[in-house]
Design a protein around this ligand. Structure first.
Ligand code: T5A
Length: 205
């Protein structure tokens, strides 16, 4: 059986990275082959440029950085498909939904933003960690990077809600780490892939 492709999305500081690590551990504790993938992947070439942009040491046109974020995902697609086919479950910290939400929040056209990511692999499940902006601001590290302002994060959440599909699970992230994890685990623990091959064609239907 192929591995599951599980995406964790949410606004900044909603606890995605914390929860991805825990979810990965839950799968491994069950004896499942599982790996963590994070977008942007700051370790590959396009990711280093993105890192400089996010830390505000580099300026780029909004459209250019959007395309770099998308290229960063495409760069990883073949490896992701191979891992899924080999039976590895992937816990993915952010995906194309973040790509569109942040760029459209800056004022780029939503459909234009979707275009470069059209055709990517389709996740088996998206878990969206929902946290009020006032709570995010109180969490460690908020404000350190380019997009961490109240106004932008509010717009980002609105766009995530426009992108949301019926299959998404919205999780209240304003709970203890343990309670958030329990809700996430209960959503995915019995999940089975509904196709033999990884599904391709994001936003192409
Ligand atoms: N971006 C990303 C784009 O513009 N386009 C794209 O295509 C993509 C993929 C970097 C930025 O890039 C943008 C979006 C982002 O602005 P990133 O690398 O994912 O994206 O950013 P990070 O800084 O790594 O992550 P976040 O800021 O989003 O934080 P997380 O992962 O949501 O939160 P986490 O787990 O690090 O926790 C934050 C703090 O909260 C505490 C933690 O201990 C930590 O201090 N915390 C809790 N506190 C109380 N209760 C809980 N339940 C808690 N859970 C965590």
């Amino acid at each position: 059986m192929r591995g599951l492709f599980i995406v964790i999305e949410g606004c900044d500081r909603s606890g995605k990275s914390t929860q991805c690590e825990r979810l990965l551990q839950r799968f491994r504790d069950q004896g499942r082959d599982a790996q963590l993938i994070k977008f942007p992947d700051r370790t590959i070439q396009s990711g280093q440029l993105i890192d400089g942009y996010l830390k505000q040491s580099r300026h780029l046109h909004d459209k250019a950085i959007h395309l770099f974020f998308s290229a960063n995902r495409w760069e990883a697609m073949d490896a992701i498909a191979a891992k899924l086919k080999a039976g590895t479950t992937l816990v993915v910290d952010r995906y194309a939904f973040s790509g569109v939400a942040f760029s459209a929040a800056k004022g780029l056209d939503l459909e234009w933003c979707k275009n470069p990511d059209k055709g990517l692999l389709i996740p088996d499940k998206v878990l969206f960690l929902d946290l009020p902006i006032e709570k995010a601001e109180q969490r460690g590290g908020f404000g350190e990077e380019r997009y961490e302002t109240r106004e932008l994060q509010t717009k980002v959440r609105d766009i995530f809600m426009q992108l949301k599909e019926d299959s998404w699970k919205i999780i209240d992230a304003d709970q203890t780490m343990e309670a958030v994890q329990e809700e996430m685990w209960n959503t995915v623990k019995e999940l089975k892939p509904d196709s033999e091959e990884p599904r391709t064609g994001l936003w192409e239907q």
